[in-house]
Design a protein around this ligand. Structure first.
Ligand code: PAF
Length: 280
């Protein structure tokens, strides 16, 4: 496994691989890798001749400077995990390498970027689109892999790829969960022992709520989920939306969409956790 930090180096290296007609798979990450990321890398290694993983904590997608400062950074451990998973190249650029000057591009994703995360983290998806478009430009992957835990992010990236007409196939990979149901996330390490015990309530409540689809209205299911989680001291639902799985527009009746997803964000103490579940 080779670790590269300059754009010039990684471009030259991947150009050589492309000249040999090799397919390039890409997993963009912000590091602090866990089993969820590794499942993406595993799929990438199986489906491509060359697997590239980037590790870059992208400042432009953090609207809360404290969140950026406290984002876990575990480079050495990440390298060891990637090597074991069969990754070929790790791209670890500095902030100056990616942003030699401020990125002033503004993407227009319409309502898709205004609902849910878009409402609570203004500018977040613009930052994600800035960095992912730059990374796609550098790596020029055939296939790119993203986790479905960040459900809205995947929708935004698909939209960006279609707007920019990029020749990359986006693969959305299922959420990986701890044995108690908690969705795997780099932020989980920031939970205290007690918070870690409580956090699986999110996934448990979402799962339970899928049993009510035929008996309860959309707003009753929303109330059930929000109240059940908010009853737990130290846990606070920021939002829970039941939405069309494609447009992410909130629905008011189950028949409003053919495919329906529930997306939630919960503060467990100071730690912001997200999860989602398919209803229909
Ligand atoms: O999902 C993430 O880890 C990040 O948002 C991504 C896609 C690597 C862009 O910085």
């Amino acid at each position: 496994m080779e670790i590269l930090s300059s754009i010039k180096e990684i471009k030259q290296t991947l150009d050589k691989e492309r000249q040999k007609n090799k397919t390039i798979g890409f997993v963009p990450t912000m590091g602090a890798l866990h089993q969820g990321h590794l499942s993406l890398v595993d799929q990438c290694v199986r489906e491509n001749e060359v697997c590239v993983v980037s590790i870059f904590v992208n400042p432009t997608q953090f609207n809360d400077p404290r969140d950026l400062d406290t984002y876990p950074r575990t480079l050495e451990a990440d390298y060891a995990l990637l090597e074991r998973e069969g990754c070929h190249y790790v791209f670890v650029p500095s902030v100056e390498e990616i942003y030699p000057e401020p990125d002033t591009r503004v993407f227009e994703f319409g309502r898709l970027a205004e609902v849910m995360e878009g409402k609570y983290r203004p500018g977040h998806f613009n930052g994600v689109a800035q960095v992912v478009s730059k990374l796609f430009d550098i790596v020029e992957p055939t296939n790119a892999y993203f986790g479905e835990k960040d459900y809205q992010q995947v929708a935004i990236i698909r939209k960006m790829v279609s707007q920019l007409q990029l020749p990359v196939i986006i693969h959305a990979c299922p959420i990986l969960r701890e044995s108690d149901g908690l969705a795997m996330s780099s932020r989980n390490v920031r939970l205290s022992a007690l918070q870690r015990q409580k956090a699986p309530l999110i996934a448990r409540t979402l799962k339970e709520s899928t049993n009510f689809v035929s008996a309860k209205s959309v707003s009753e299911v929303i109330d059930y989920v929000v109240q059940t989680i908010n009853k737990e001291p130290d846990m606070r639902v920021e939002y829970f939306e039941i939405a069309d799985a494609y447009t992410l527009e909130p629905i008011s009746k189950w028949s409003d969409a053919e495919a329906v997803v529930g997306c939630i964000t919960v503060y467990c103490g100071e730690v912001r956790l997200i999860d989602n579940i398919r209803y229909l």
